[in-house]
Design a protein around this ligand. Structure first.
Ligand code: PHE
Ligand code: ZN
Ligand code: ZN
Ligand code: ZN
Length: 297
């Protein structure tokens, strides 16, 4: 197409609002979502080959919220690898570990996606920053629920980034071959779990399992049978003695003592852990951008 980035204001709306990337301020949202949209536009402009398509998807409710979605211009649009992170926090706290870590990691990966080149980017990669996760997965549920079935079927899988640097955390790979939340784990979720495990094993970094119970934005995807995966470093749960042996840190204390609290600030992030969990997500996404055969069966 002629312009590098097209901005829409409603799902399914035809045509760009203003036709160019030069006026991101016309986005009908304010706050972090707007900042993020403008940031993505900058990334796309700076790196001509990126060709992101940014789309905001407004979620109406008591307070209004928005999802921001950005697609690579390259890759098979019939085979979409969707990576998502929630952008909102609870009103009580600034939400730096939950979920500034996931949102920032995803932005860093989006900024580098063109480095995969033509052969590395066989599938379309879609980046999603969800709104209103803390109010009951509302942004992601709105997105999944409002997609026409034909569009939904093009989504090969979802990789979720939520809480990647808990101060007393673990590398908890979503237990995709063993669901606990009522919804059966879609086939393929176990293959994503294995990709994370194999990567960390190759770096001799320990992993544990986190419950595949749908307690974050991958929930609406697995409800529709879309394979999902990810890593969580832990919320209000308490670190066991065995985990402290594996990962260090303090047994008997919460993985994140500032979970949903005012103290979830910059100091609340284990940057070393965030570094390796982000590497893991980047590696798995790189693999999935090239091939989704293992996941699709
Ligand atoms: N989704 C939860 C929240 O944002 C925390 C969580 C993250 C739980 C990942 C499980 C796995 O508060
Ligand atoms: Zn939260
Ligand atoms: Zn969260
Ligand atoms: Zn497992």
């Amino acid at each position: 197409g002629a312009s590098a980035v097209v901005i829409y204001n409603k799902p399914g709306e035809k045509g760009p609002i203003n036709g160019t990337v030069t006026k991101p301020s016309t986005l009908p949202v304010v706050g972090p979502t707007h900042e993020l949209g403008a940031g993505l536009v900058k990334i796309a402009k700076r790196r001509g080959g990126l060709r992101l398509r940014v789309k905001t998807d407004t979620v109406h409710g008591r307070t209004s919220s928005a999802n921001v979605l950005a697609d690579t211009g390259r890759g098979d649009p019939g085979n979409v690898v969707l990576a998502g992170a929630h952008l909102d926090s609870v009103p009580k706290g600034p939400g730096i570990n939950d979920n500034g870590t996931g949102a920032a990691a995803l932005l860093a990966i989006a900024a580098k996606i063109k480095d995969l080149g033509k052969d590395g980017l066989r599938n379309r990669v879609r980046f999603a920053w969800w709104g209103a996760e803390e109010e009951g997965l509302r942004g992601s549920a709105h997105y999944v629920g409002s997609l026409p079935a034909a569009e939904r079927e093009k989504i090969a899988l979802n990789v979720n980034l939520d809480m990647l640097g808990s101060p007393n955390g673990t590398r908890g790979v979503y237990d995709g071959d063993n669901s606990t939340g009522g919804t059966r784990a879609p086939a393929g979720s176990g293959a994503i779990e294995k990709m994370f495990r194999d990567y960390f094993k190759s770096r001799r970094l320990p992993t544990s399992e986190s419950e595949f119970d749908g307690r974050s934005d991958y929930g609406p995807f697995i409800e529709k049978g879309i394979p999902s995966g990810g890593i969580a470093t832990g919320a209000e749960g308490v670190k066991t003695a065995a985990e402290a042996k594996l990962f260090g840190g303090r047994p008997g204390k919460a993985y994140d003592p500032c979970y949903h609290a005012a103290c979830d600030r910059m100091k609340n992030v284990n940057l070393k852990l965030l570094d390796t969990t982000t590497d893991g997500v980047a590696h798995v996404l790189q693999h999935l951008a090239r091939t989704t055969v293992a996941v699709n069966g």
